[in-house]
Design a protein. Structure first.
Lengths: 103, 103
DNA sequence: TTGACTCATAGACGATCTTCTATATAATCC
DNA sequence: GGATTATATAGAAGATCGTCTATGAGTCAA
């Protein structure tokens, strides 16, 4: 993971609407329609944010007929957060257990 | 730490120039002039980015005469990353060791 | 006190981002 | 095939962001 990847990750999560969407698809597969229903923005806006999350590798996609289901890629999120900590909080991630988990 | 704080943190780190500055003041106190010297942007631009990092609580400040020194608040960074993981990668932060460190 | 130095602030400009409406694409049903 | 449904894409408008130059504010030394 390059320095640029860390910036891309940060940009991807740097929006309230996007974080709301991330929360909705954090622990389950959910369709675009179901996401839209729980948000205060239009369906194209939801699709746009999902595209940004997709390009950053933060969500996984499963197409089923007409519907498209999304779920958060928790492993990727954890890795990116780990990179952030190693890069910007190195003195706080010094224990072996943490280092192993984040590596 | 509220949901809004997590967004503010993400916004604060979502810029390549800012991450470069963060790296420079990660493990030492460094003056604005010294930061500017190592960057490819003007001094006001550096001050602007430092203000954003300051408002997000990501840097500490020490004024000494004419100079102002900044250093990264690693503890805050670690906490914010921890919040991100708990919120968006809950299944990946299930070990006790990690939970304790992030709490 | 004057001049030099360090940093912050103000204002402007261009680029990027978020959102919308309108529409295209693709799958399903009658 | 034609209508309906689910999602993506295109294009535009407005807001936000990053950068610059110019300048203000505070500090130090002569």
């Amino acid at each position: 993971m390059t320095a640029n990847d860390v910036v891309l990750f940060a940009k991807a999560i740097a929006d309230a609407t996007r974080q709301q969407i991330m929360k909705l698809c954090c622990c389950e597969w959910i369709s675009v329609a179901d996401i839209t229903e729980k948000m205060q923005v239009s369906q194209p806006t939801v699709s746009h944010h999902l595209a940004i999350l997709r390009e950053a590798g933060l969500v996984e996609i499963r197409v089923e007929g007409r519907q498209t289901f999304y779920t958060l890629n928790q492993n990727r999120i954890a890795n990116c957060c780990g990179q952030l900590m190693v890069k910007f909080a190195p003195d706080e991630v010094s224990t072996e257990a943490i280092k192993q988990t984040l590596s």
